[in-house]
Design a binder for this molecule. Sequence first.
Ligand code: SF4
Length: 203
Amino acid sequence: MGLSFASFLFSSKDVSGRWSCVVFLKGCNFRCRHCHNWRLVVGDEGEIEEEKILYEISENPFVDTLVLSGGEPTVYRAEELRVFIEKVKEANPSVCVRIDTNGYRPEVVGALKDVVDGFAVDLKAPPSRPELYSYTAGVEVDVDRIIESVRLADGMPLTLFRTPRYTWLSEQDIEDIGNFTARLKSPWTLNEFVEVPSCPFNV
Ligand code: SF4
């Protein structure tokens, strides 16, 4: 299939204390309500060449981190992602790498652990409430797959777990996610939820 890059940007906010090149890949296996990047998910975005990203990373002396985002990077084959990451490290050997993921392909998370420095894994609902997880993700979710990704990613230097404070999560749900993550080594952040009325997945 090959990696399909929509865009990239430079950011000092995505990874605390670091300058990141955030690369957005097309496609996703979820259809979350109020997805901010739904145009990437449905492939309704432009395309940029891999060479352009590699050139910018090698030429920008401030960049110390590559963030693979989307969309959902793990919908691609682990081997394709690995080859790209290795090219980035060749272009700029001091770069650390984080993959942002919904955690639904633990096989890819596990296969890339040795070439990345961590993962930002979404926790969209309490793992104890699969029906709520599926409602949020817009597809039938097997939460064990996400739990496995959490287990694989936990404790890596750049790993964190993230939850948007969706309006349909109760205080008890938030508390349950907090209790789940309290047992983990990596930090959990509860983020502001911003509605996206134009998202076609809000059904
Ligand atoms: S996991 Fe959900 S929020 Fe993230 S890109 Fe996919 S559809 Fe959007």
